[in-house]
Write a protein that binds this ligand. Structure first.
Ligand SMILES: N[C@@H](CCC(=O)N[C@@H](CS)C(=O)NCC(=O)O)C(=O)O
Length: 108
C-alpha cells in the first residue's frame, strides 16, 4: 500500500523530444541533447500521417510543427531556442546571460 501510494506520486521527469527523424531541426535538438549528455525520450511524429494535426499534439504545439520538447512540463519549440535552453540548463558551463531561469532566456 505504501509503495503504491509512493509510486502514484512519481512523475516522469524524462525530457521528451517530439520530432521527425532525419529532419534538420529535429536533428539539431537531438545533437545538442547528446552533446550535453541529457537523457531523453524520442517521440516520433509522422508528419506524412498528419500526427502533428491531431488535437493532443496541437494542445502542446499550436503551430503544428516539430521539433518541440517537454521538460518536466515545460514545453518549448523552435530548435534554436531549444538548443539555447538545453545548453543553459544542462551545460557544464552554462551560457552567460542575465536570466536566472533557463526558460526565461529562450523567448523567441
Ligand atoms: N524554425 C523551426 C522550423 C520547424 C519546422 O519547419 N518544422 C517542420 C519540419 S522540419 C514541420 O514541423 N512541418 C510541419 C508543418 O508545418 O505542418 C525550428 O527550427 O524548429
Amino acid at each position: 500500500m505504501y509503495k503504491a501510494l509512493r509510486t502514484s506520486h512519481v512523475f516522469d521527469t524524462t525530457l521528451k523530444l517530439y520530432g521527425t527523424p532525419f529532419y534538420t531541426s529535429t536533428k539539431r535538438v537531438a545533437i545538442v541533447l547528446q552533446e550535453k549528455h541529457v537523457q531523453f525520450e524520442f517521440i516520433t511524429i509522422d508528419l506524412i500521417e498528419g500526427e502533428n494535426k491531431v488535437p493532443a499534439f496541437v494542445a502542446k504545439q499550436p503551430f503544428e510543427q516539430v521539433p518541440f520538447i517537454s521538460d518536466e512540463g515545460f514545453i518549448l519549440y523552435e530548435s534554436r531556442a531549444i538548443g539555447c535552453y538545453i545548453a543553459s540548463k544542462y551545460g557544464v558551463r552554462p551560457l552567460p546571460g542575465p536570466h536566472e531561469r533557463p526558460q526565461d532566456g529562450c523567448v523567441v
